[in-house]
Ligand binder design. Structure first.
Ligand SMILES: [Zn+2]
Length: 334
């Protein structure tokens, strides 16, 4: 059965099927999913009841819902990932993506998007406001045009129209002048600045117990650091023993500036837990990892309810970290 009208955003020209999907190796009833392409939502593969239970009851706004869905597609475009995971829960939908809280954040998301799509300094990126508004969590086409206009007025982008103004006001309604946008030098400068800030930062804060035997340091060198690098990011390490039991300003600043935190709790000291907790408090995504045979002893401070990566060896940890970083939409690999 094909729905021509997108059940999520309401666009009339999409191609979304309702399909039963067998999960959990056939032990449970199949879940009914929406699956297909929508020009606005992107590639959709989502549990139908998640849409009904949350969107239609107003648990989450349509603006947020579409924004998150589109982020999933953007990440797949960035990484070239072929695997499509079913969005089953609201946490799957949010998946560590950054939710803009101010119009400035939305302008910055637009800058990041254009920077990632612009083929060269002098080439434009094509936009269609009627389908691209979820890119920066805009509420609708008109709000998206307002964000574009603001980015232009702040000097970050330009169009190809008269005076480079990408937006025209048509009787109180905003429209794209000719659908083409590019970053200005000021825009590229801002993009560079954003890269250095969480959540736009390229830095990943890594917390682990720097043991005297050196096992964890070796794990860091052969598994964690290469996984972070392969995702186009830069690891930032804190050696907890170096600072004794204190959490220094250097550590706090390091966490604040990071895109996310990887905390390995194998044989960990209190500092590793503190650093992970501090990041959680700031809303910075945290990936917790632990060696499989150490989970009983090391998953203390009641973090056992949080999904840890339980790893066997270095190769296992490296691959699963890459998978998790990509699944959370945190990779910068293009
Ligand atoms: Zn849609």
């Amino acid at each position: 059965m094909i729905e021509k009208q997108c059940p999520i955003c309401g666009r009339p020209d999409c191609d979304i099927k309702i399909v039963p999907v067998q999960t959990n190796h056939g032990h449970e009833q199949p879940v009914i999913c929406f699956h297909g392409d929508c020009l606005c939502c992107g590639l959709v593969y989502i549990n139908r009841s998640l849409v009904f239970d949350n969107l239609e009851t107003g648990q989450i706004s349509k603006q947020e819902f579409l924004g998150y869905l589109r982020q999933h597609s953007l990440i797949r475009e960035h990484t070239g990932s072929k695997t499509i995971k079913i969005v089953q829960t609201i946490d799957d939908l949010r998946e560590g993506f950054f939710l803009p809280s101010t119009p400035f954040d939305q302008v910055y998301m637009l800058i990041e998007y254009i920077a990632s799509k612009q083929p060269s300094l002098s080439e434009f990126v094509r936009f269609d406001a009627s389908k691209d508004y979820p890119i920066c969590f805009a509420k609708n086409e008109s709000d998206f045009c307002f964000i574009i206009k603001s980015a232009y007025e702040l000097g970050y982008i330009k169009g190809r129209g008269k005076n480079d103004d990408p937006i025209m006001d048509n009787g109180g309604k905003l429209h794209l002048t000719d659908e083409l946008l590019m970053l200005t030098m000021k825009g590229w400068e801002k993009e560079q600045e954003l890269k250095e800030q969480s959540p736009y930062s390229n830095q990943v804060f890594v917390a682990f117990h720097f043991d005297t035997g050196g096992t964890m340091k070796q794990i860091y060198d052969t598994a964690i650091a290469p996984a972070v690098s392969e995702c186009g990011l830069i690891p930032y390490v804190t050696l907890d023993d170096e600072h004794g039991n204190s959490i220094t300003d250097v550590i706090i600043a390091g966490i604040r500036k990071s895109r996310f935190v990887i905390a390995d709790v194998t044989d960990a000291s209190q500092n590793v837990y503190y650093e992970a907790g501090f990041a959680y408090g700031l809303g910075i995504p945290v990936i917790l990892t632990c060696r499989e045979d150490r989970t009983e002893e090391d998953m203390k401070f009641d973090t056992s309810h949080i999904k840890h990566i339980l790893w066997k060896d270095e190769a296992d940890l490296k691959q699963r970290l890459i998978n998790r970083i990509e699944a959370m939409g945190l990779s910068k690999k293009i």
